[in-house]
Design a protein around this ligand. Structure first.
Ligand code: AMP
Ligand code: MG
Length: 488
């Protein structure tokens, strides 16, 4: 590895300091056949403090063919509730924690190689990931980051000639995902239900020390309740962010919930196009457990699963009190985000009635969420047409706009100021499913340029980007409400 010279960048061993029951050392199984670098994330590389003048060198690492000095890969063990049922047999079945590095910003991050081959936790799986789903994760985690929603990131992506059997034969791929932690709610469920109180306490202390350092000095009696309260708070903030932007995760199992409140494990996710409150993006979720409008409740249920695991560490009263903070925090955060989206800087008592009525209208008339709020943002400079044109029955929109204009009269900000503020929170560009589908098809044909271009557009979701208007357009009919398979 010639071109690789670590900048101010230190290797750390956090996760491997846990008891050995929490992981298994596993070497990656190299991808076979020709490999090609599909994307390298220069912006993230800079944050990590790694040189990227020769990104091709990272292809071999991502393909599991080379390890850098200091990489000691391990598969993490965790369990979790999948669609409400407890599964003790989970863990990194195709992913490996490669190492943890501290960047020039002083932040330590995990590097996780997804698609690295089989591990002791693979069950019947082949340990591989496919190009389609790794591109989807890569795109969405970057899109979420630039939308300001806490998320894992994506550093590199390779594809290989090796065929992988899913519902059809697909192209094998692997990616490196980066996050401040890969510890999940499911790690705590594993410790509590299989290892016992000592291991649970060790995991809690480890998580607090490395990921919630502000709590480390708190007295033990308060430390665990404060930790759990903070996890509930971060989870609530993350999900409020999803709801405001119309993001559906699709598989909110407790093993896919990050303890630090990152959006995590992108599978059959979707951004809403025409607004449908009950939208189910995962076609295997027939009961709609993880439908868009159930996500806030599902976040709470996952916090309850976590509470159950944490019972040996604190009283039920403390757990209940911390759990209650989820709802308060969700409601406050969501209300704040919606006020910002509507451009309401001076809160009024019945603002939430306006918000709920707005959602009802969008649902009833199946209005594109993103185009509606962006159109509303530019009312002063563009007039009402971008909003009115979204409705078949324009009188519905006219009545709503009249009510909205009346509400705006209670605001002090100038129209210009409000427009600027609203454009900074209502994205012009989101990752519509059909856009992802198009770049996946191009990549499967060996052309990675469209993927790179889409990623560039998604880096500035709030700015007008001349020349890229097509990415902001409403989806074609074939591209609406695509339901995505869980198989990845
Ligand atoms: P997911 O649906 O990706 O959240 O994965 C659920 C569980 O299945 C986790 O324990 C994964 O590690 C495991 N898993 C998913 N896909 C594979 C695969 N292709 N090979 C082995 N294990 C897998
Ligand atoms: Mg998962």
């Amino acid at each position: 590895m010639t071109a690789f010279t670590p900048a101010p960048f230190r290797v750390q061993q956090r996760y491997r300091s846990l008891p050995s029951e929490f992981y298994s050392p596993v070497q990656p199984t190299p991808l076979r056949g020709d490999i090609s670098l599909v994307h390298f994330n220069h912006a993230l590389a800079a944050e990590l403090g790694i040189r990227s003048d020769s990104p091709e060198d990272w292809a071999a690492i991502t393909a599991g063919r080379e390890l850098l000095e200091g990489m000691v890969p391990v598969a993490m063990k965790y369990t979790g509730h999948q669609f409400g049922a407890y599964n003790p047999d989970l863990g990194d079945g195709r992913g490996l924690l490669l190492w943890e590095t501290r960047g020039p910003d002083g932040v330590t991050r995990d590097w996780h190689l997804k698609g690295a081959g089989q591990t002791p936790y693979s069950r019947f799986g082949d340990g591989r990931a496919v190009l389609r789903s790794t591109i989807r994760e890569y795109l969405c985690s970057e899109a979420m980051h630039y939308l300001g929603i806490p998320t894992t990131r994506a550093l590199t992506l390779v594809s290989a000639r090796e065929p992988v059997r899913r519902e059809s034969i697909e192209t094998a791929a692997a990616m490196i995902r980066v996050a401040e932690s890969h510890i999940r709610f499911g790690h705590f469920e594993y410790a509590a239900h299989h290892l016992g109180e000592d291991a649970l306490r060790t995991l809690a202390e480890h998580t607090i020390e490395h990921h919630f350092p502000d709590l480390a000095e708190t007295e033990e009696a308060d430390r665990y309740p404060a930790f759990f309260r903070e996890v509930c708070r971060r989870t609530a903030i993350m999900i409020a962010g999803w709801q405001a932007v119309g993001f559906c995760h699709g598989v909110m199992n407790s093993d896919n919930m990050s303890i630090i409140g990152d959006t995590f494990d992108y599978g059959p996710y979707a951004f809403l196009d025409d607004f449908d409150a009950g939208y189910i993006c995962n076609h295997t979720d027939q009961g709609g457990r993880y439908a868009y409008n159930r996500q806030p409740e599902m976040g709470f249920i996952n916090c309850q699963f976590l509470a159950h695991a944490l019972r040996p560490l604190m009283s039920d009263d403390d757990l209940r009190r911390s759990l209650r903070s989820y709802e308060t925090c969700y409601n406050e955060t969501f209300a704040g985000l919606m006020r910002d989206k509507l451009g309401l800087a001076e809160p009024q008592e019945d603002d939430m009635t306006l918000v709920m009525d707005t959602f009802s209208m969008l649902h009833q008339h199946r209005i594109d969420l993103t185009l509606f709020f962006r159109g509303l943002s530019t009312l002063p400079s563009q007039g009402p047409s971008p909003v009115l044109d979204l409705f078949v029955d324009r009188s519905v929109a006219e009545q709503w706009l009249a009510r909205y204009q009346q509400r705006l009269q209670q605001e002090q900000r100038s129209d210009d100021e409000r427009e600027r503020a609203m454009c900074a929170v209502n994205p012009r560009y989101i990752l519509r499913n059909y856009l992802a589908q198009q770049v996946i098809q191009e990549a499967q044909n060996g052309d990675y340029e469209p993927l790179a271009e889409l990623l560039t557009v998604l880096q500035n979701p709030f700015d007008e980007q001349p020349g890229y208007a097509r990415y902001a357009a409403a989806p074609p009919d074939w591209g609406k409400h695509m339901s995505i398979s869980c198989s990845s």
